[in-house]
Design a protein around this ligand. Structure first.
Ligand code: ATP
Ligand code: MG
Length: 389
């Protein structure tokens, strides 16, 4: 993820002087400059345009400090380095309380600003961990009980088993049950809790609120009661994705079958929408309408993909008829395997661990393999066992 840096100073000359005192730029930095003072700095932070700011403000008033404090408390991840000429201990204390990380005085050694800057860069790097760029996928059921939750949660397990970092968000806000599919523990926090404290959202806060069915598989459950859904807004989804994209290799959404402002925002944002259907008339009827809505939202044909779940070759309605009806290819057929799938769900264990040879488990493993090839180390081990062939 690029670190967005803002340099603020009272004049263009001062901005360029400040810029000259900073260490060399790297590709991971995106530097913007702004002539102005506290007001300009604060609005840039509130517009969510800044990760790290260096602001030269010659005379910082009490009102200025109050504005900085309010701004930084709503955006606690932003780092502010202030260049100012007040060195009284009273001011320094007040500035630190306002959330300012470093203060550099005009009389400081020439490299003081560069050193403060480097210290804060290191802090950011440590907080973020290695930067990733997640592939984002939503699962939509054409009709209740289609299998969206089972497929999303178990794909999550299968991707995590391939040593990828996976996050799953349950956006079935009224009656979401993804937590049950991944664990026998009762969840304590939900997407509504995170939404209510969205100003605190950063990678650490997000993970602290998630369930961890595996160390590298994190699930943010739906609210316990339907009335809590109201706390989740479209902006919540944007913020969640902004944080999750950089921390995980895969971000999965269980969207269920409700299309509203929140779920549509998630659908807008993701790379792929899987529509889960079964080969009966009511599913196809609903799937056709659903795909009509997705096309109406302007999604590319490549973004929308149809999965046919619980398919048995002897089903009266065959794959080609389904494809003709929907006007989309079926990209994946998942067989029917009632007993094993029911066991996996009832016990919150991944199907591929409980019954690796089950045909449904194999389909999901193949899907995971197509998205996330098995890590090289394991392949090497396998090659060794097979005698290097
Ligand atoms: N491939 C499969 N083989 C056998 N049973 C399956 C399969 N996929 C799903 N099921 C069964 O279908 C039921 C419904 O699945 P799931 O809850 O994942 O559907 P959903 O689309 O999320 O439904 P909802 O609309 O309630 O969110 C599960 O309890 C499971 O028993
Ligand atoms: Mg579901």
């Amino acid at each position: 993820m690029t670190l967005r840096i803002l340099l603020v100073a009272p004049s263009a000359d001062a901005v360029s002087r400040q810029s000259g005192r900073l260490p060399p730029r790297t590709e991971a930095m995106q530097i913007a400059t702004q002539v102005g003072g506290i007001a300009e700095l604060s609005s840039a932070i509130l517009r969510d345009e800044v990760d790290l700011a260096v602001a030269e403000i010659p005379n910082v008033s009490d009102a200025d400090l109050s504005l900085i404090e309010a701004t930084l408390s709503s955006h606690p991840r932003v780092t502010l380095i202030l260049v100012c000429d007040d060195s009284s201990s009273e001011f320094l204390l007040r500035a630190m309380r306002a959330g300012i990380r470093e203060i550099v005085l005009p009389g400081s050694p020439a490299d003081a600003l560069a050193r403060a800057f480097e210290r804060q860069l290191e802090r950011h790097a440590a907080a973020l961990g290695p930067v990733r760029k997640a592939r984002t996928i939503a699962f939509l059921s054409a009709k209740g009980g289609g299998g969206a939750t089972f497929l999303a949660t178990n794909l999550g397990f299968a991707l995590a088993a391939r040593e990828r970092r996976v996050a799953l968000f349950d956006l079935n806000l009224q009656f979401g049950d993804a937590a049950l599919f991944v664990s026998d523990q009762r969840p304590t926090r939900s997407v509504a809790d995170v939404a209510r404290e969205i100003q605190r959202l950063d990678p650490a806060f997000l993970e602290a609120n998630m369930m961890h069915p595996r160390p590298n598989y994190c699930v943010l459950p739906a609210p316990e009661t339907p009335d809590r859904a109201i706390d989740v807004r479209p902006e919540t989804i944007e913020r969640l994705l902004a944080v999750a994209r950089a921390r995980y290799d895969f971000v999965l959404f269980d969207v269920g079958r409700v299309l509203d402002k929140v779920t549509v925002r998630a659908l807008d944002e993701v790379d792929t929408v899987y529509v889960v259907v079964q080969s009966t008339l009511p599913y196809l009827h609903n799937a056709r309408r659903l795909i009509g809505v997705l096309t109406g939202l302007g999604y590319d044909r490549e973004k929308v993909k149809v999965i046919l779940n619980r398919y048995v070759k002897t089903d009266e309605i065959g794959v080609s008829e389904i494809q003709k009806t929907l006007g989309f290819d079926v990209v994946l057929q998942i067989p029917n395997s009632y007993a094993n799938v029911a066991y996996s769900i009832n016990h919150g264990v991944p199907l591929h661990e409980y019954a690796a040879r089950d045909p449904v488990a194999r389909s999901l493993t193949d899907l995971a393999e197509s998205m996330a090839p098995a890590p090289e180390a394991r392949r090497g081990w396998l090659r060794g066992v097979l005698g290097g062939r």
